[in-house]
Design a protein around this ligand. Sequence first.
Ligand SMILES: C[S@@+](CC[C@H](N)C(=O)[O-])C[C@H]1O[C@@H](n2cnc3c(N)ncnc32)[C@H](O)[C@@H]1O
Length: 348
Amino acid sequence: MTIKALLRQPYLPGLPLGDYLDQIGKRFPDFGRVLWFDRKGAAEALAGLSATTNEFETNDDDGRGDSYRRAQLNRMIRARGMRTLFTLAAGVPDMESIPPGWTLLDLLGGDGLLARVFASMAPRPHHAVITSDMAGHMVAAALHAGLPAIRQQAQFLFMRDESVDAALLAYGTHHIAPEDRLGVCQEAARVLRPGGRLVLHDFEAGAPAALWFSEVVHRYSRAGHSYHHFTAAEMAGHLKLSGLGSVLVRRVYDPLVIRGGSAAEARNLLADYLFDMYGLTGLAFPQTSLDDLRQTVWKLAQYHFAHSAKYAPDDAGPEWKREPVVYRDGAEWVAEIPRVALVAVGEK
Ligand SMILES: C[S@@+](CC[C@H](N)C(=O)[O-])C[C@H]1O[C@@H](n2cnc3c(N)ncnc32)[C@H](O)[C@@H]1O
């Protein structure tokens, strides 16, 4: 395909590739310089992108996209785990130590939630996080919010070798088919600068958070959720086979936390979040009251996120709550659902 024809290819909703590139060049020139759409195989990857849809591409009629984006409005719910992922990706003890100009490619970035959370935590706000996702509507939403963003499959990146300081695969890695996972890690390793870090995050196969997906999300969401979660050995193996060194796999406390003016308000807000985030429409019958629905969701969370014998007491650090709780913090009430993630880090 000629370059001219490539630039006319549909890329984002209502936006051909050429217009997207113009926009990026003007708004995010540094990012524009690392784009590589004339890479060998790019035309096929672009065609594949338009032909592929996933549940996040769609709206409430047939997928999870709209309800998912609604849940994201409350953006700090998963902030505690995200903070840990940012510092692991930068190899520093805290957010204050992340150097200016450092860049992180968020490969399953959705509509840019992590970029926004990063900006709210970073001491010197700048566009450190590049949002990357295969779903056109997600990427369009991120761009609309003023974030640098790119539509691409994690399997084939339209970006040059050694173009970012860190790459993150998180909050959805189990959506990548097992046979594609090594290739995805190798692609991520390719775009890392020497010394850069790849962070791979999932909820470990067989752990409470993974069982929440298989027992609750799969059963009650319209899109279902039949995915294989990672094991520690799989994570470590993929990072090593991607040429990364100093590979370490650890457990990270990654709770859902929400605040309210009363105990009931905090608990209801978290139940609503779970309902929207996971699209649990199968729990809502026409005769179900909102109150009953919230209680059902909360009870399911209490059952599935209770302490698991899989973990030793100190596995997820001192903050780890052993079951969903609602507690007072000064004038506010906090509802917290404990999740323990499995996180691997490797260095180029
Ligand atoms: C669960 S969402 C997470 C979004 C965001 N990171 C967050 O935490 O809210 C997973 C995202 O990964 C995207 N995704 C899934 N498989 C992908 C792939 N192979 N390449 C690129 N994006 C993918 C989906 O389109 C979706 O937006």
